[in-house]
Design a protein around this ligand. Sequence first.
Ligand SMILES: [Zn+2]
Length: 66
Amino acid sequence: MTIYYDNNFGEYEIESQEDIDFYFHNQKHSVMKKCSICGRKVKLLPNYDKCDSCCSILEHGGDPYA
Ligand SMILES: [Zn+2]
């Protein structure tokens, strides 16, 4: 299994061509943005404004603003 990574969803577990297509689709439509939490420049889909590392802190109940 291959792991791909981007700022939208973090790790992708690549198990089929469909997963690869999904990854490249997201890459193609992503733009450089400032994460609304950490302020880092990241490549995100237009409807996203938070990077994956901030989202995973939120998901685990942490405070990404700390
Ligand atoms: Zn962030």
